[in-house]
Design a binder for this molecule. Structure first.
Ligand code: AN7
Length: 416
């Protein structure tokens, strides 16, 4: 009794119907469950015996029972208690949920394992997406795993090398469109509309959101069935913050958690239409024409899931904030140096946002906060190298090496 439903006019569509936008009002769709039926299924299921992972929650996923899932073991990522970073920022209860630990190195795998499983279930032989990098890397891997064709459209120039290499090695057809992400997305939407045999897997596809909601479930289970006070998420197209909130509200409705966290979205200052809407208390976004940021993953001016994200922030009494490129890179470095967690710039925006909001007093020092870091640092090695101290070149000689390390001086001082 699961169906797809328009988030605006509530028109319903069958669970196996291929439809990306509401045919009546043009808004986006979400998956709806019959909660009585779901609660009964869960009661009879042994889901709690399965390891922490996306497919631990198979009963919560809109996939038919007999379907074979397309998986690379996604989810089950670490929720790292971050005492040193917490102390630095004045917080006692800080955690980092590190999504870089997923198979292709980003949270996108949670959505793609479900999305590509659904694609195969529907008989699709060709999948497509537009991407700032991670979505294409993930889709390429899952399409390879499923043995189906994959096409990705990426913006020109501004895609991190690690991500591009993944899409290429997995055999996707990669088109670099001379334009930005928002333009690339418009083209894939047109292509999927025109060529019905090509299945679209951007995050307007509600089956991807279903996979990504497991991130919300996992955080609560890792905190012994409690929600934190706040979850901070980097926001681009706004699929992830919407998905996490969907998962949390489902867990709440089913009685697995008693409270709900404040959802807090962070965008880069140069591409922050959702923050702008929240701050001006508007129920609409004004797309950013030419988005700019070092965090190329979230260089998105017209996020498709903006309405879901604004709902999530309002319903949860959360907030949204911008961070500058400098704040992002600074946070990336701090996290790597004092917690041993290497994330890409977009991911570090959640840490940068936390720092800013603690400083301004919006986030209380006693709050239990979870920062989601969305992608691995190796996705964008160029930025990491650029902002770090260069390796010293030394002669292949022990005394030259000791010299460079300052060990010679120490010997001299000790000898005195
Ligand atoms: C590391 O790959 O949109 O708000 O095309 O790669 O759900 O869009 C990437 C997004 C955050 C934003 N962090 O998530 C793409 C793409 C990282 C990301 C986001 C992305 P959404």
């Amino acid at each position: 009794m699961t169906h797809q439903e328009c988030i605006n006019c509530k028109t319903t569509y069958g669970i196996d119907e291929i439809v990306y936008f509401c045919k009546k009002c043009g808004d986006i769709l979400e998956i709806k469950f019959d909660f009585k039926e779901l609660a009964q299924t869960l009661k009879e299921s042994d889901w709690k015996k399965k390891p922490l992972s996306v497919w631990r929650y198979r009963d919560f996923m809109p996939i038919h029972e007999a379907t074979k899932v397309v998986t690379l073991s996604e989810g089950g990522t670490g929720l790292h208690r971050s005492e040193r970073l917490g102390a630095e920022l004045g917080l006692k209860n800080l955690y980092v949920k590190n999504e870089g630990e997923n198979p292709t190195g980003s949270f996108k795998d949670r959505g793609m394992t479900v999305g590509v499983t659904k694609a195969v279930e529907l008989g699709a032989r060709h999948v497509i997406c537009a991407s700032t990098g991670n979505t294409s890397a993930s889709l390429a891997a899952y399409a390879a795993r499923a043995g189906i064709k994959c096409t990705v459209l990426i913006p020109s120039g501004k895609i991190a090398y690690g991500k591009l290499s993944q899409a290429m090695i997995h055999g996707a057809k990669v088109l670099q469109v001379k334009g930005n992400f928002d333009q690339a997305l418009e083209f894939v939407l047109k292509l999927a509309e025109k060529h019905k045999d090509i299945y679209l897997l951007n995050s307007i596809n509600p089956f991807r959101i279903e996979g990504q909601k497991s991130l919300g479930y996992e955080i609560c289970e890792q905190l012994n069935n409690e929600a934190p006070d706040r979850i901070i998420v980097p926001v681009g197209n706004a699929g992830n913050i919407s998905a996490i909130w969907k998962g949390l509200t489902e867990f709440h409705k089913l009685g697995y958690i008693k409270t709900l966290p404040k959802m807090t979205g962070i965008q880069a200052a140069g591409s922050a239409p959702i923050v702008q809407a929240i701050k001006t208390n508007s129920d609409k976004i004004i797309p950013v024409e030419n988005p700019e940021t070092v965090a190329t993953a979230i260089r998105i001016g017209a996020p498709v899931s903006w309405k879901k994200a604004i709902n999530a922030i309002h319903e949860s009494h959360g907030t949204a904030e911008t961070v500058t490129d400098e704040e992002i890179l600074d946070a990336q470095k701090i996290l790597a140096r004092i917690e041993g967690i290497f994330v890409e710039p977009a991911s570090a925006s959640s840490i940068a946002g936390l720092k800013k909001l603690v400083k301004s007093g919006v986030i209380g020092k006693d709050e239990r906060v979870v920062c989601v870091t969305t992608g691995h640092g190796l996705k964008d090695p160029d930025t990491a190298v650029k902002m770090s101290e260069k390796p010293l070149e030394v002669d292949a000689d022990i005394s030259a090496i000791e010299n460079a390390l300052g060990l010679k001086e120490r010997v001299a001082i000790l000898a005195r």
